[in-house]
Design a protein. Structure first.
Length: 239
């Protein structure tokens, strides 16, 4: 089975400054390897043979690094946005997409089995499948519960809350492209609101392994530390 992926690599990475002043965010290193190279090598290991990178900001640097992908044994080509289009609208610029394809952000460190996720979606013929992760956040304050009269009726010191969040990894049916307008910014949130109101509900598949979006400096530092501690968890093809 051939597997196709679109990697969203056009963002400016403003939340990750100063690391992204000179480098596009997908080329920021985790350990000694750019995060997007880790992603590419994972996709190769999981049987993907064609990746399209949707690029915009500092596109020439990304293209110069990955070129045609032959170094990693995969076909890499590029779709250039002439203006920022958010996360879903760039798919309308790729005109040879198959019936089902993977879409993901280019700044994710995870041990997700991309092949199993791909096959799960195809077997169910979903219109859209979201890989999710349970993330816990600590509120760094004492949280006050009050009644309508302003009396304190409860108190929680630095409580932790769990949220099921999108990992930024999706399987998409070509049928979903009909809900994406052309030539204007259109994000994951816009598409989800459209699909939620339709007969074609997206499916959520929770990943219980490791996941971290390196978009924030504290998460980037954590990802770099954990990758250095156990690189084989993310890549077995040390080059």
């Amino acid at each position: 089975m051939t597997r196709r992926a679109v990697i969203l690599a056009g963002g400016k990475g403003t939340r990750l400054r100063p690391y992204t002043i000179a480098l596009p965010k997908p080329l920021v290193p985790v350990g000694d390897t750019p995060i997007l190279e880790i992603v590419i090598r994972q996709l190769v290991r999981h049987g993907f043979d064609h990746v399209t990178m949707a690029v915009n900001h500092q596109a020439e640097i990304i293209k110069a690094f990955f070129q045609d992908g032959s170094k990693w044994g995969i076909r890499v080509d590029y779709s250039l946005e002439d203006k920022p289009l958010s996360t879903m609208a760039p798919l309308k610029l790729v005109h040879d997409l198959p019936a089902h394809f993977l879409v993901m952000n280019g700044d994710i460190l995870t041990d997700l089995d991309y092949a199993a996720f791909y096959d799960y979606h195809v077997q169910r013929d979903n219109i859209f499948t979201i890989s999710s992760h349970l993330r816990e956040e600590t509120i760094d304050y004492g949280v006050l519960d009050t009644d309508q009269a302003g009396h304190l009726v409860g108190f929680r010191e630095k409580p932790r809350y769990g949220y099921e969040v999108s990992m930024g990894v999706y399987m998409v049916s070509r049928r979903a492209l009909a809900d994406i307008p052309e030539g204007m910014p259109f994000g994951f949130d816009h598409l989800m609101h459209r699909l939620i109101g339709s007969p074609n509900l997206p499916e959520v598949r929770r990943h219980t392994g490791y996941w971290l979006d390196i978009g924030r400096p504290d998460d980037y530092a954590k990802a770099a530390e954990e990758y250095e501690r156990d690189p084989a968890r993310f890549m077995t093809d040390r080059m």
